[in-house]
Write a protein that binds this ligand. Structure first.
Ligand code: SAH
Length: 376
């Protein structure tokens, strides 16, 4: 059976045409999937019953199974998905701001989804859980779209997705062929309707792929994971950078900025005793001087079995003040969903370790929080 989400328009247009049905049927199915958030063809009630049944015979909407669904007190929800070939990926829904019911005008409300692009990761950043066992394979477009739809289904009827960050497992720029059509579905008016500037692609910094993105589709926000202010230290933290000097990455980031006009983000995971000294903040400020950029500092989220530590609050503050005193815009990423291992790759890893086979029901999350398992 074909996975519908791999190429919705192309597959459906051909299918309806072969049956003498109007092209408007494609739009009907899209509306049910993206706007009405239904689980399958059976619920698409403006299509004739026979058509729905035939669609269900020829296409599957879902190619993954929910292996685990966790929800933290702060509203963060995480899905561990098992792919058709048995691989596992994670994706996360982050809630910020008051619940919509309390604040009808919707100011300050964010519903951000964080999605994966690969099973595992080949970049090998020393502190990250996703890459501990290397990369297994790229995800398909359908598997990426599926994460977005499944996360959207966790929302209450009065909630809407506002942002997408491609910051889950894997290196997005190593899988642009599948990612770009998936993000197209996120941004299209008859897709998730999320504007390009609210979609961020995070990369370890692959210059050739950054160039390709700049030349083909510079509408998204770009975030570049630096983690170090010089090549010597970066090589220790980001092994892939052995062959990729910071200067090349920054040159491509600047080129992307020229093409996109969008402020760049530089990510910096703060690791105690390794890259968190004020002198390193000063060096980072010098490195980034003159750029329209924001530095997203992420205090290390501990991964079981790895030797790294989260810097003290005082060290975090000193790092921030040094950057700010040198004119750098800084954002500290608040840790969300710690209790459910929301940092990339952690849940999958734990699942592998404990060989948890338990299956949470596909509840769609509405009004049934009691049925959600909290990771211990
Ligand atoms: N491959 C992409 C996307 C990775 S995930 C990239 O490198 O940018 C997005 C961010 O989360 C990256 O900056 C990554 O370094 C960071 N990250 C990964 N594991 C982390 C951890 N345990 N604690 C804090 N940040 C982490």
């Amino acid at each position: 059976m074909a996975h519908l989400l791999n190429a919705i328009d192309r597959q459906l247009a051909a299918w309806f045409e072969a049956r003498g049905q109007g092209a408007y049927r494609v739009g009907q199915v899209r509306r049910w999937l993206f706007a009405q958030r239904v689980a399958g063809f059976a619920e698409m009630t403006d299509l004739p019953q026979a058509v729905r049944e035939e669609l269900a015979r020829d296409f599957t909407v879902w190619s993954t199974e929910i292996a685990r669904h966790t929800r933290a007190e702060d509203g963060t929800e995480k899905l561990l998905l098992t792919l058709a070939d048995g691989g596992q990926i994670e994706c996360v829904l982050l809630r910020e701001g008051p619940s919509p019911g309390l604040s009808p005008e919707g100011r300050g409300i964010r519903r951000t989804i964080c999605i994966s692009t690969q099973v595992g990761c080949g970049m090998g950043c020393v502190f990250c859980a996703s890459g501990l066992e290397g990369v297994e394979r790229n995800l398909t477009t359908g598997e990426i779209v599926e994460q977005m739809l499944r996360l959207q289904m966790l929302l209450g009827a009065d909630e809407r997705l506002s942002h997408v960050v491609v910051m889950g497992m894997g290196e997005p720029l190593a899988n642009l062929d599948a990612l770009l059509p998936a993000l197209e579905e996120a941004s299209r008016e008859d897709g998730l309707g999320i504007s390009h500037r609210r979609i961020t692609i995070s990369t370890v910094g692959l210059p050739k792929a950054m160039r390709r993105l700049a030349e083909t589709d510079p509408r998204y926000r770009l975030a570049v994971s630096l983690h170090a202010p010089n090549d010597a230290l970066r090589r220790q933290i980001v092994p892939i950078s052995e062959k990729i000097p910071l200067a090349d990455i920054l040159a491509e980031a600047d080129h992307y900025f020229e093409r996109s006009g969008r402020r760049l983000t530089f990510e910096y995971v703060l690791l105690a005793g390794l890259n968190d000294r004020p002198a390193q903040a000063a060096e980072l400020a010098d490195l980034l001087a003159g750029r329209t950029a924001i530095v997203n500092v992420i205090p290390y989220n501990p991964v079981a079995g790895l030797p790294y530590r989260t810097p003290s609050v005082a060290a975090q503050r000193a790092f921030r003040q040094t950057l700010e005193s040198r004119g750098v815009s800084v954002h500290f990423r608040h840790r969300k969903g710690d209790a459910i291992d929301a940092a990339c790759g952690q849940l999958r890893r734990r699942s592998k370790e404990s060989r948890v086979k338990s299956r949470e029901p596909d509840t769609r999350g509405r009004g049934r929080p009691g049925s959600l398992a909290l990771d211990s």
